[in-house]
Design a protein around this ligand. Structure first.
Ligand code: FAD
Ligand code: UDP
Length: 373
């Protein structure tokens, strides 16, 4: 059979494009994924105890883009959820992002917000040109808070010191002088009411879309007949690593079910300094599910394994630019998504990127038009 588009990857990038092209432009689509399921890294499923878990670590949806919310709301209802994270530091569980309560509890102070702002100004180390992930934090909150909350976590998570990582990594985490303990401040923060996988099932349920799961594109590409290719896997792999390997950081997920109803006070607890794992997630606190047992996941960062995180460092950005140039020369191959464009993107950013590519493919004038067309 001949397809208008073959799409490699059934995650957000691939599924959004398949849905748009099939339902709005009447294109015949084949989605291929080497995993045995749709959803990419956002895949969730019931485990053997019937508890909904995220197979590839905690996925919390948050965005400031009304277009992305409008688009995804066609495929799911939402459960309001504001993410809160505690970090285990010096024997206490303290709010992260660092806020007024974090500092007062850690040091036994009773600062007001104004006093905390003065304190940050006194301990923050002036950095002329903020370039690295160390610069960002040390300049805002000083060395002690940096060491306690960021240095160890970042070294574990990325395998390099924050001084060797682009500033965008730790810039994801703000510093606050008030008591706001939410991880995100985005206008829209919700979880898909019945989970991510149910949402993906609705996106790809169309007679123009065929799925080929558990199949590596490399193994079948010569047998396929199609006009255009949309590729959401690692861009360096597509080009047989011709300029060398782009580094990705991986994780090992240790999923466990424990025979208690309630394991920890919030859905995610970070361990910046102790243990080989970075964080423990308790899913029922994300999903709202009630169950006499509870499921948790420990995340152990590692180099080898599925590519989860592009590593934001100047030399990696330079290497990616070489691949990007080659990618731009392929007129009937389109690279998109976190791996396809080597970007540390959240889910909403990937959805927006995919809608933008759709718009380009069909010549729509705006994101709104891409959604409504
Ligand atoms: P993926 O979801 O990675 O999909 C790519 C797919 O391509 C994969 O399924 C892969 O199997 C397939 N593939 C690759 N190569 C081939 C091949 N050769 N043949 C066939 N198939 C192939 N974002 C948030 O907004 N909030 C969060 O809380 C959040 N938490 C995260 C936690 C973790 C641990 C991780 C790793 C990511 C998190 N993200 C979060 C980011 C989010 O996962 C991504 O933004 C999003 O899933 C990217 O979608 P994608 O389609 O680009 O890529
Ligand atoms: N980070 C940290 N300590 C924390 C939380 C985050 O040092 O308690 C740093 C770390 O480098 C991490 C980055 O901030 O990789 C971004 O954190 P985020 O929670 O956004 O990571 P993700 O959910 O993408 O893994």
């Amino acid at each position: 059979m001949h397809f208008d588009y073959v799409i490699v990857g059934a995650g957000f990038a691939g599924s959004v494009l398949a849905e748009r092209l099939a339902t709005q432009a009447d294109k015949k689509i084949l989605i291929i994924d080497k995993r045995p399921h749709i959803g990419g890294n956002a895949y969730d499923c019931l485990n053997e105890d019937g508890i909904l878990i995220h197979q590839y670590g905690p996925h919390i949806f948050h965005t400031n883009s009304p277009e992305v919310v409008t688009y995804l709301s066609q495929f799911t209802e939402w459960r309001p959820y504001e993410h809160r994270v505690l970090a285990s530091v010096d024997g206490q569980l303290l709010p992260i992002p660092i806020n007024l309560d974090t500092v007062n509890k850690l040091y036994g102070f009773s600062f007001t917000s104004e006093e905390l702002a003065d304190y940050f100004a006194s301990v923050g180390e002036p950095v002329k040109d903020i370039k690295t992930s160390e610069d960002v934090v040390v300049s805002q909150v000083g060395r002690d808070l940096y060491e306690k909350f960021f240095r160890g976590y970042t070294r574990k998570q990325w395998g390099v010191d924050p001084s060797e990582l682009d500033k965008m990594v730790t810039s994801r985490i703000p510093t606050r002088t008030n008591q706001d303990d939410r991880y995100f401040t985005d206008q829209f923060q919700c979880m898909p009411l019945h989970g991510y996988t149910k949402m993906f099932e609705k996106m790809v349920a169309h007679s123009n879309i065929q799925l080929m799961l558990g199949t590596d594109f490399k193994q079948v590409k010569d047998e396929l007949s199609y006009d255009e290719l949309i590729y959401t896997g690692p861009v360096d792999e597509y080009f047989d690593f011709c300029f060398g390997k782009l580094p990705y950081r991986s994780l090992r997920f240790d999923h466990q079910t424990v025979d208690v109803e309630d394991y920890q006070p919030v859905s995610v607890v970070n361990y910046p300094n102790d243990h080989a794992y970075t964080r423990i997630t308790e899913y029922k606190k994300l999903t709202g599910q009630e169950h006499p047992k509870t499921s948790i996941t420990f995340e152990y960062p590692q180099d080898e394994g599925d590519p989860y995180y592009p590593v934001p460092r100047p030399e990696n950005a330079a290497l990616y630019r070489q691949y990007k140039q080659l990618a731009d020369e392929q007129k009937s191959v389109h690279f998109v998504g976190r791996l396809g464009t080597y970007r540390y993107y959240n889910m909403d950013q990937v959805v927006a990127q995919a809608l933008t590519l759709y718009k380009k493919l069909v010549g729509a004038d705006s994101l709104q038009e891409a959604i409504n067309s």
